[in-house]
Design a protein around this ligand. Structure first.
Ligand SMILES: [Zn+2]
Length: 476
């Protein structure tokens, strides 16, 4: 339902971390970032990201990207949303401002082009640069452009998943109502101890919207830690205008001290913050800090004999903001409550990594390898949130329906043979935060379009996956 593999489909088409947990189709382009369209600042950013994986960006459109994926072959089926952060970067760069009329029109043309080339809908990432500068009117315009092009779907990493989570969900629902599109609330949660329990109110709001006729749904992963850029802890005023502007501010001692103070206050448990031991650094960009992956911020601060906020800022400056972290911010009861909603799909929110090679680095979130088996182990067998068959529906036909993937998601005559043979009494994740590169137990065979990609628990190396484009071509 929700992945971030994107250009990694080209870096390592075997997608081992995903197929070994039974994934047969991945939907990318989430949280406002997609592989296309790529112009100007969006192309420069993708080139920089891809360079980490020694990948040349030889495409600017979905057509060209999908053609490359088809030429290389890929183990599982792939599909993508078009990211509104990416389209905004194409049009206005990292600027912290509203778009002019002509810019909005240009953005809508990019969206229409992307949908015509097979994107399934649009996605927003409203905590990220520059996606967060889109106001409701811009989001409605973008979702309407997608609807007019034949893809009435808006997926959102909403503007706030903590203190203002209810307002953020209300905004996503407003986009659905005004643009008349389906809404997918991505990785639904309430982050921060003081916000625990809020999911009951957000889920109720989604339920009410559904009774009003909006096709709104959500997805979740079965862990209490989220995973995103460490830079998201910085005050918005520091991040305004994108990475380069933020780095200039953080390199200035006076501004860095002010940022450290703001960050300290926000995380202080005395004021309801969750403290620094709840943030685990999972990956950095440079070699010199590679050993910090797997350490919590408080421990890094001790190693550097400084305060945690100053350690965060030093690390972000040294790594030019390219630091990933796990945030232990959710309650297990909330995660169970979200899964108990009949409209909640399962999505890993992770990219496809391998057990060796260039994607096997850092200490990525264990959801990268364990999401789907863990749902059975923890939420079916331990917590009895749902039965096996219902858990399967949340991983198959429900996401296929929500994203308009025809011919997928059900075992029936005439459907594509995307199949997983697993032992429902024993299937379980083994990946941990300390040691994530471990495949699950209990998944025997995985078939994609009728071909085995996993047989007797071993990767076959076959690449039978297809690109699933919006429209009639998504059925076989
Ligand atoms: Zn997200």
């Amino acid at each position: 339902m929700h992945s971030h593999s994107d250009e990694l489909w080209l870096v390592n088409p075997r997608c081992e971390g995903k197929i070994l947990q039974g994934v047969t189709t991945e939907i990318g382009g989430n949280c406002g970032t997609s592989v296309a369209p790529l112009y100007a600042a969006a192309l420069a950013k993708k080139r920089r990201d891809a360079a980490d994986y020694r990948l040349d960006v030889q495409w600017t459109s979905f057509d060209a990207f999908f053609t490359l994926v088809e030429r290389e072959g890929v183990a599982l089926n792939v599909a993508s949303l078009v990211g509104l952060g990416t389209t905004r970067l194409c049009i206005a760069g990292p600027d912290a401002r509203r778009l002019e009329r002509e810019e909005l029109d240009a953005q809508n043309r990019l969206i229409r082009g992307a949908i015509e080339e097979g994107a399934l809908g649009v996605s927003s990432g409203l905590i990220y640069e520059p996606g967060r500068y889109a106001d409701l009117a811009e989001l409605v315009a973008c979702a309407s452009a997608a609807r007019d092009a034949g893809a009435p779907l808006y997926a959102s990493h909403v503007r706030d998943e903590g203190d203002a989570a209810e307002d953020a969900i209300a905004e996503a629902l407003a986009v659905g109502e005004r643009a008349e599109v389906a809404v997918q609330c991505s990785h639904h949660k309430a982050a921060g101890t003081k916000n625990w329990g809020k999911v009951h109110r957000t889920l109720a709001a989604i339920d009410r919207a559904r009774t009003r006729g909006i096709a709104v749904a959500c997805d979740a992963y079965p862990y209490v830690a989220s995973w995103t850029e460490l830079a998201t802890v910085l005050p918005k005023s520091v991040r305004d205008g994108g990475d380069e502007a933020a780095l200039v501010r953080l390199r200035d001692p006076e501004q860095a001290a002010a940022a450290a103070l703001a960050v300290e206050l926000a995380r202080d448990p005395k004021f309801g913050g969750d403290g620094w031991d709840t943030i685990l650094v999972t990956g950095v960009s440079s070699e010199r800090n590679a050993e910090l992956a797997g350490m919590r911020i408080d421990a890094i601060a001790r190693r550097w004999s400084t305060t945690p906020p100053r350690a965060v800022i030093r690390l972000l400056v040294e790594e030019e903001l390219r630091v990933d972290s796990a945030f232990f911010s959710m309650s297990e009861d909330d995660v169970a409550a979200v899964f108990s909603a009949s409209f909640c799909s399962v999505g890993s929110d992770a990219s496809a990594r391998a057990f060796s090679g260039i994607t096997a680095r850092g200490v990525p979130h264990p959801r990268t390898f364990g999401t789907f088996p863990r749902v059975f182990g923890r939420y079916v067998r331990q917590r009895h949130v749902f039965e096996t068959a219902e858990a399967v529906r949340r991983m198959t036909s429900l996401p296929a329906q929500q994203f308009g993937l025809r011919g997928r998601g059900q075992v029936a005559l005439g459907m594509c043979a995307d199949l997983v043979v697993f032992d429902d009494e024993h299937v379980v994740d083994r990946a941990t935060y300390e040691n994530p590169f471990v495949p699950p137990d209990g998944i025997r065979d995985v078939y994609v379009n009728g071909f085995a990609v996993v047989r007797e628990g071993a990767v076959t190396g076959a690449r039978p996956g297809r690109v699933l484009r919006r429209g009639p071509s998504t059925s076989s």
